[in-house]
Design a binder for this molecule. Structure first.
Ligand code: SAH
Length: 337
């Protein structure tokens, strides 16, 4: 049966119109779900008995269970068990500008990036819309606080589960839903080019981040197999189009791997690749994992790389580190379950 948390407000409007009910009932249901946060359909007391039983017949109001919580400084990692016993993780980060939540979009991941722990478990399935929405609801309930920012940077490739991800964003961005501003939501992709074009056409204010990690095809092919399907020139073309249509700045994520992609030559090549583009680069000190041989770049190398980009007028930051000790950092999710 469909979860009630999988319906956008438009879906609910259609649902009510189909059963000859007034469409404003969709707003009422949203209010109970996302403002009042009830835990059963029968608690929606301003709906008629008839509507309640119809809803109960057609939908379930489900939940996902927190089965483990690792608390670090300014970071908490949650392990969830889904109804079919699959497990996913989400990470809360407390920043000075607010509270952000990094959510998973798939069980496992098929992208097989050489450096990433999450991708060692092959994709088992997409997450459904409700399973993404519920990561937010359960965690807000647990921390008794509103999440201000959402990043789709947990386990999975969001553009490999495109339709569900877009519906999910619709629900959380809806002012009558969870009401998280589009500019506070970031989708990160390894570069599934056709979906970047589709996303561009939505013309939303949702932020787009690209996991780049290498400035040329030879190196990127080695690190990210997706590059063999959508090589850099195609990726860059899609990104240029995105910037042209949406007028929004793109973030490039670049993990710093010792002696692999952190040389001066790589930095120069990256400057050349990004020259004149409305973008900024987020350098991510690599989080080493037990199972993969890559090492984190030395901090002098990171500083040097940063300087070269700066000198070439590329906006650049070094990502603040979260979650190392509780294995909640980028690329470490699911590595200890
Ligand atoms: N599949 C999407 C969403 C995952 S985002 C994507 O590729 O963008 C997670 C980010 O962390 C990606 O940029 C990923 O490349 C990066 N990452 C993976 N393993 C990492 C590690 N061990 N240390 C730091 N970053 C890592």
């Amino acid at each position: 049966m469909n979860s009630i948390y999988s319906y956008t407000r438009d879906d609910l409007i259609n649902y009510f119109l189909n059963i000859n009910e007034k469409k404003f009932k969709a707003d009422i249901v949203f209010d109970w779900l996302y403002k009042k946060r009830v835990s059963s359909i029968e608690s929606m007391t301003n709906l008629s008995k008839k509507v309640i039983s119809k809803l109960e017949e057609d939908m379930i109001l489900d939940n996902i269970n927190i089965i483990k919580k690792d608390v670090g400084t300014d970071v908490v990692k949650y392990l969830f068990e889904l109804t079919d016993k699959e497990k996913i993780e989400a990470v809360v980060m407390y920043h000075d500008y607010g509270t952000s939540l990094c959510i998973s979009t798939e069980v496992g991941c098929n992208m097989s990036c050489a450096f990433c722990e999450s991708g060692r478990l092959k994709k088992r399935r997409n997450l459904s819309v409700n399973e993404m929405v519920l990561q937010i609801l359960e965690i807000e309930k647990d921390i008794k606080k509103r999440i201000s920012h959402i990043v789709l940077m947990g386990i999975g490739e969001p553009f490999d589960n495109y339709d569900n991800v877009i519906k999910f964003i619709n629900i959380i961005n809806d002012s009558k839903g969870i009401d998280i501003g589009a500019r506070h939501i970031t989708i990160s992709t390894c570069g599934i080019v056709p979906k970047i074009y589709e996303f561009t056409e939505l013309k939303t204010q949702v932020n787009l981040a690209i996991s780049l990690h290498a400035p040329n095809n030879e190196l990127r092919n080695r690190l990210m197999p997706i590059n063999k399907v959508y090589p850099l020139n195609e990726l860059m073309k899609a990104i240029k189009k995105y910037i042209e249509v949406t007028n929004r700045r793109v973030t490039f994520e670049y993990i710093m791997l010792d002696d692999i992609n952190d040389t001066n030559e790589c930095a120069m090549e990256l400057c050349e690749l990004l020259k004149g583009l409305n973008c900024y680069v987020n350098l991510i000190p690599y989080n080493e994992t037990n199972n993969i041989g890559f090492k984190r770049s030395k901090s002098v190398k990171i500083d040097k790389f940063y300087d070269i980009l700066k000198k070439n007028n590329i906006s650049v930051t070094v990502r603040r580190e979260f979650g190392g000790l509780v294995s909640a950092a980028c690329g470490q999710l699911r590595s200890r379950v």
